[in-house]
Design a protein. Structure first.
Length: 96
């Protein structure tokens, strides 16, 4: 039986980053910094010491910012893959 699905042309793997990879990496770094800051700012509440200044709580907001940046990178990667799939599909002469 013949397969109805199209596959992208196979080529040697490249070390070239895909669109969105940089955003995902940057988002992961921001998320980790925010997660560590969150742990540090919550610790005084459990240890009974004086809380950190407001700036420390603002740094913990990087966790959410990192998540959003990484999500934007994933969406950019998805868009690039869909564009590539449309090009392959058009080259094969198949309707969408």
């Amino acid at each position: 039986m013949r397969s109805e699905t199209l596959s992208a042309p196979t080529s040697a793997p490249t070390d070239e980053p895909a669109p969105g990879d940089g955003l995902v990496r940057a988002g992961a770094v921001l998320f980790i910094i925010g997660a560590v800051a969150t742990l540090v700012t919550v610790a005084p509440l459990f240890l009974g010491s004086t809380p950190f200044p407001t700036v420390a709580y603002l740094v913990s907001m990087l966790m959410g910012v990192g998540f959003l940046v990484a999500a934007a990178g994933v969406l950019r990667s998805i868009a690039a893959q869909r564009r590539r799939a449309r090009v392959v599909q058009a080259a094969a002469g198949q309707p969408r």
